[in-house]
Design a protein around this ligand. Structure first.
Ligand code: XMP
Length: 513
């Protein structure tokens, strides 16, 4: 790839991905790499700029993450954020102190004043709110640096060495609470690093299509299509690149939302690909008979999925390439950190063992979710596919508490559709990141007409989140919840009570199983 490159060097900060996304939003390609990456390797990639992330450590501690001093000698502009500013100061001979009664820690919204002659703050308001989160502070600047911003408690909220093009901010410009954060990053990228902004999804599509064509030649390509955003966009891209050399296998396990299987089929029927829809619902329901434990459900569905896929792949014959819808956050998470496994996630991408093929193609490997969506639109995918909310691999099977029956599945599909319709009608479908209905295995007493009922309670779940690792329950207006509740108990048999889940994640998870 010959795009301009900015490298985000990760010191263990919780916002590392967010920084990278912000840079990409400025149409500049960037990658997150570990602070352990050798400086020679960094230099060889010829970055236009480097950003040091924050991190939980104190730079003066023995096991704090540090880079060799040569990183300051490769002649590339650097912006240090939070821990990154401390590392920069410390690494260049300044002093970092621990917060005490003279210089206290700062957390949250903080008023700051900036020196507008500093290129990072050029053209901005002199005073604005920033988001601080630090215990340590800069006691003494290294030679060549000057203050470029301050708060009440922090004389060095921003620092600058214009000669070497080293800049640092004690606060987090990448979070939305920092009022002018976006502009500050933009100034660093465009005014300091001299970027032009050549990262767009239309350029990406062109380059990636050419790359895939060259790689695949006249080989055969296989893709497991789930109907989710990632596999749909991967399918569209591959279709443009290699047309009917591509076979998409859509395993319909029967736990899709109402009408969803047909929608996915309709979406790709007219594309230039071999589209295979396997209706395997009987097999899946059969396998799950008598199963009520969530983990057993997931594992059973995962295994059966692989079996069905394998059988279909065999029918196609020799395949050269298998497509996976891996996206950049997966790459960052698996390569740089270690996340605890709370639930064994089943992703349709994870199939390499069961099919004989030469190589894997991961055409979305470098993209964030919002970029995947943009690319989908660029490639001509319909909005309802591009903006589809995440849907777990095991589908509604993990939204029916306990044992699954066809009747319960039908009840949940109908109720879930009503919820989705009302959320869309209220114009909330893009602001609530995920919303769905759960059929609980709890029955309670109700009264309908003059009759006593003893039926299921339906739970509604709606969350706002950026990364799905943590989430808050969505503040859906009562009027909308009321409409859903009234419609569900009137239109769906065997539900006599509707509740709304007001738990955040943690301590709850987004799904109920
Ligand atoms: P939890 O319930 O762990 O969910 O808070 C976080 C996000 O992951 C989705 N999810 C899954 N996605 N396979 C998937 O591909 C799965 O098995 C699975 N389980 C949960 C969930 O919908 C939410 O977006």
């Amino acid at each position: 790839m010959d795009n301009e490159l900015v490298l985000v060097i990760d010191f263990g900060g919780q916002y590392n991905q967010l920084i990278a996304r912000r840079v990409r939003e400025h149409n500049i390609y960037c990658e997150v790499i570990s602070y352990k990456t050798p400086v020679e390797e960094i230099k060889a990639r010829n970055p236009k700029g480097i950003i040091f992330t924050g991190g939980p450590n104190s730079v003066y501690l023995e096991d704090a993450p540090r880079m060799p001093k040569e990183i300051f000698e490769i002649g590339v502009p650097i912006l240090g954020i939070c821990y990154g500013i401390h590392f920069m100061v410390y690494g260049l001979g300044g002093i970092i102190g621990k917060a005490n009664e003279n210089a206290a820690a700062e957390f949250g919204r903080t008023d700051c004043e900036f020196d507008l002659s500093c290129p990072v703050f050029e053209g901005l308001k002199e005073k604005s709110v920033v988001w601080m989160s630090h215990n340590d502070y800069i006691e003494k600047l290294p030679e060549g640096f000057k203050a470029a911003g301050h708060s009440d408690k922090c004389p060095f909220a921003a620092i600058a060495d214009d000669e070497r093009k080293f800049y640092g901010v004690q606060f987090h410009p990448e979070v939305n609470h920092t009022e002018q954060g976006k502009e500050m990053l933009g100034n660093f990228l465009y005014k300091v690093c001299g970027c032009k902004g050549d990262w767009t999804m239309s350029n990406y599509a062109k380059a990636e299509i050419a790359r895939i064509r060259e790689k695949v030649g006249n080989g055969k390509v296989l893709l497991a299509l789930s109907g989710g955003v990632d596999s749909s966009v991967a399918c569209a891209l591959l279709s443009k690149a290699v047309g009917d050399q591509l076979t998409c296998v859509f395993v319909d396990h029967g736990f899709m939302r109402k009408n969803e299987g047909d929608e996915v089929e309709a979406a790709f029927r007219d594309w230039n690909v071999n589209f295979v829809r396997v209706d395997a619902s009987d097999r899946f329901i059969g396998k799950l008979e008598g199963v009520s434990d969530p983990e057993t459900k997931r594992k059973t569905i995962g295994e059966e999925f692989i079996r069905v896929f394998e059988e279909e792949a065999k029918k196609i014959g020799k395949v050269d390439y298998l497509v996976q819808g891996t996206i950049y956050p997966d790459v960052i998470e698996s390569g740089l950190g270690d996340a605890a496994v709370i639930k064994s996630h089943h992703n349709v991408g994870g199939l390499p063992d069961c099919v004989d093929f030469k190589e894997i193609i991961e055409p979305l490997r470098l993209l964030f979710k919002d970029e995947v969506r943009k690319l989908g639109t660029e490639l001509g995918l319909a909005d309802y596919l591009v903006w589809r909310q995440p849907f777990p691999g095991p589908g509604l099977a993990i939204r029916i508490m306990g044992e699954i029956t066809r009747e319960k599945l039908a009840i949940l599909q109908d109720a879930d559709l009503i919820f989705r319709e009302e959320i869309a009608a209220a114009g909330l479908d893009r602001s609530i990141n995920q919303y769905f209905a759960v059929l609980t295995n709890m029955r309670s007493v109700g009264v309908m007409g003059d009759d006593r009922t003893y039926d299921y309670a339906l739970a509604l779940r709606g969350v706002t989140t950026t990364d799905f690792m943590t989430a808050d329950f969505a503040r859906i207006p009562y009027e909308v919840l009321e409409k859903v509740s009234v419609r569900v108990v009137n239109e769906v048999r065997h539900i006599n009570r509707v509740v709304y889940d007001v738990t955040s994640k943690p301590p709850a998870t987004i799904e109920w199983e």
